[in-house]
Design a protein around this ligand. Structure first.
Ligand SMILES: O=P(O)(O)OC[C@H]1O[C@](O)(COP(=O)(O)O)[C@@H](O)[C@@H]1O
Length: 371
């Protein structure tokens, strides 16, 4: 074999993605060497993985560590904060701040985005839901953390010496939302550099995409490392499972959307197959848990709007857009019912959108009822 081919082979081996069984750290390194992830983003993602490990151990020990129950405060959404909502938020903020690679962080638990002080500031905007589905925590039912990473916009980097807190805050909000025309690129989901979630359940699983397929890593507690257990995950094109909070059906169908009522009835009559066999209903009540099952088994998860909340409950920036990026990278879809979630222009940090995600054929079928 000639030297050239040996060199080519070693370059291929060096830049090829890491495979099943490799640790998350090794995968990140290979993604960086392969030019699929830049060094700074790799540091942000390894910081996110570190935060998730810390949260996983707190969630697992919560009942014996006195970490169950309410914190006594209400967040900007008007929701009672769980003790672990606050803890998980602090862990994410600290780890991302000290990573030295994030400029702005926006959290479900923070009223406004936070600027990372100069000494630590970096070039990424990280949005996250530190503990999704926390209403399930005290019953030890699956919860999770959701995150999205965007490029920071130089035009929005605050000048801490010259600008007062209000000006810094305004720049952070602008940097997180980046609505046109002021900015070169807006923070629509399309501009996500990376997105993922970590599910805290019978296994702790880190699932993410950097725009080149979806990878799943399972936490092996014996070595304290996330190990790749699924590579290039593809969501089944079809799936006879639907995941909606049927308790809201009345509020939804009567006044808000006749199409949804017809769709729900249609699924009970067999949906796409029209074979009289009803779809199975599955609903954990934690977006991460319901999405993870949908990603592996197929089907559709939805949180529609209703008369009281026409845009539903779920937040665009740190819940729906990251999950839609993952779904699309796995061959599925993330829809508002009438369009791609990834195309929605954010105008507020905690803005909500109606959300339908899952197997492409199932989401298209739903959209046909809402068109
Ligand atoms: O109880 P509901 O109204 O069905 O809402 C459940 C949905 O709300 C959420 O709990 C919202 O998320 P948070 O827990 O992060 O506020 C989702 O995880 C879940 O899918």
């Amino acid at each position: 074999m000639s030297v050239a081919t040996t060199d080519e082979a070693s370059v291929r081996a060096r830049t090829a993605p890491a495979g099943l069984g490799s640790t998350f750290t090794t995968w990140l390194l290979k993604e960086e060497i392969g030019g699929r992830v830049d060094g700074e983003l790799a540091i942000v993602l390894s910081s996110v993985a570190l935060a998730c490990k810390q949260i996983a151990s707190r969630v697992q020990r919560a009942p014996v560590a006195g970490d169950t129950g309410l914190a006594g405060d209400v967040n900007v959404q008007g929701e009672d904060q769980k003790k672990l909502d606050v803890v998980a938020n602090e862990i994410f903020c600290d780890v991302l701040r000290t990573s030295g690679r994030t400029g702005v962080i926006a959290s479900e638990e923070e009223d406004v985005p936070v600027a990372v002080e100069e000494t630590y500031a970096g070039n990424y905007v990280v949005v996250f839901d530190p503990l999704d589905g926390s209403s399930n925590l005290d019953a030890a039912v699956s919860t999770g953390s959701i995150f999205g990473v965007y490029d920071s916009d130089e035009q929005c980097v605050p000048d801490f010496d010259a600008e007062d807190d209000a000006a810094v805050e305004e720049k952070c909000i602008a940097n997180v939302c980046q609505a046109r025309p002021l900015h070169l690129h807006s923070h629509r989901g399309n501009n996500l550099q990376a997105a993922g979630y970590c599910m805290y359940s019978s296994s702790t699983m880190l699932v993410l995409t950097v725009g080149d397929g979806v990878y799943m890593f399972t936490l092996d507690a014996s070595i304290g490392e996330f190990v790749m257990s699924h590579e290039r995950v593809r969501i089944p094109e079809r799936g006879r499972i639907y995941s909606f909070n049927e308790g809201n059906a009345k509020a939804r169908s009567i006044s808000h959307c006749e199409g949804l009522k017809r769709y729900a009835d249609d699924l009970r009559a067999g949906g796409i197959d029209q074979n009289g066999k009803p779809y199975s209903a599955r609903y954990i009540g934690s977006l991460v848990g319901d999405f993870h099952r949908t990603l592996l088994y197929g089907g559709i998860y939805g949180y529609p709007g209703d008369a009281k909340n026409p845009n539903g409950k779920l937040r665009l920036l740190y819940e729906c857009a990251p999950m839609s990026f993952i779904a699309e990278q796995a061959g599925g879809m993330g829809s508002t019912g009438t369009g791609r979630v990834m195309d929605v222009e954010p105008s507020e940090v905690h803005q909500r959108v109606p959300f339908y995600v899952g197997s492409a054929k199932e989401v298209q079928y739903l959209e046909s009822f809402l068109a």
